[in-house]
Design a protein around this ligand. Sequence first.
Ligand code: HEC
Length: 412
Amino acid sequence: MEAFYLEWANLLFRWLHVITAMAWIGASFYFVFLDSSLEKPQEPNPDRVAGELWAIHGGGFYHARKFMAAPPRVGGFLHWFYIESYFTWISGFLLFSVSYLWSPTAYLIDPSVADLSSGQAIAAALGLLLGFLVVYELICRYAGAPGKGDKAVAFFVAAAVAAGAWLSTELFSGPAAFLITGAMIATVMSANVLLWIIPGQRKMVASLQAGETVDPTPGLIGKQRSVHNTYFTLPVLLAMLSNHYSFLTSSDHRLLFLLGLMLAGALIRYYFVRMHGYKLGRHGHPWAYGVAGLVIVGCLIGYSAVAELEKRQLAQSAATSVSAAVLPLGASGPQGQGITQIQQVMAQHCLQCHGAQVQMKNIRLDSLASIEQHASAIYQQVVVLRAMPLNNATQFTEAERNLVKTWYETRQ
Ligand code: HEC
């Protein structure tokens, strides 16, 4: 029953995670738009409003105003924005726990990448999340002051992301490596809210209530972190979603795909942020950033297409030599031989758990038709994720794994 309840937990944590992430990133996109679209007030401005914005939405007009250090007073309920961020992290961590940490041998570890024990893999995953946070904090504190050393900070943070992603692909299974890279950056994003943005704002509110002059420094630090979070959003979403695509995560070039797509995401986000200023005539059209992002994606598609073609040719020739050398005599053609062989392999290694008596996950593999029906899931579990046979309970050999691979890649 454990697997059954884990499935429920997985569904509910994932649901919560997507909801809170939408609320957080939606609010973040809105405030970035607001901030970059503020205009100097036109009318007499006794309250020293720094910028204002007019908008129309939901059948009415809105008039938002921003005060730099402090407004003369806060006239109504003061809304804060942090619950979305905290719950995105908490729900994400719970989801990561039930889907990866709970059964590290099935999902976190790939012995062909690094032969870790369960404990080592869990420690490495958590260590990477914490380690990246520490490195990021050091960079922000020592590489440059907010507003001045932004370029140096951006450079070092990008280098740290690349190093973290590399380490992740050297330690974990393909899907886990992508996910952990995303989680590593997302942890920094939530920590920025928890450790800097909100405490800074609390200080500002406290001095306002005490009638003191408000020190703008915490606001500036908060702003720097908030700008970082903006450029992290699209790369993080990419890393989290792309971990479901085995053509990326199982590729020999997965680090290149991960970094390339994340860079494209950051450039595309920059394009959208600059568009706000362009609309108000502050600078030229930022098309070059958007195009650069799309060109990177285009190059990655082209590169992967070439690799895919080579792989297919290789599989084709391997299939011919396997059926000539290994398969039993008597079957009619290469296709017929491949399937006979595949049935034997399934009977020997899978039927204990996927046969007439026991049907884990409702999957039976005791007929040709059902093997064909589950072909892509079998390929996923056996070749890509190497999660089946579960814990390699039935001592699957590399040769047998290759046989499943060849069977799948050459079937029509
Ligand atoms: C020791 C028992 C055991 C053996 C042996 C085993 N499996 Fe599984 N299999 C499971 C369990 C348990 C699940 C459900 C795992 C989960 O929900 O994460 C599963 C799930 C699957 C799934 C569905 C995965 C998904 O999440 O959609 C496929 C496909 C599969 N197994 C294929 C195979 C193949 C092919 C073999 C033989 C090469 C095999 N299994 C051997 C226990 C086993």
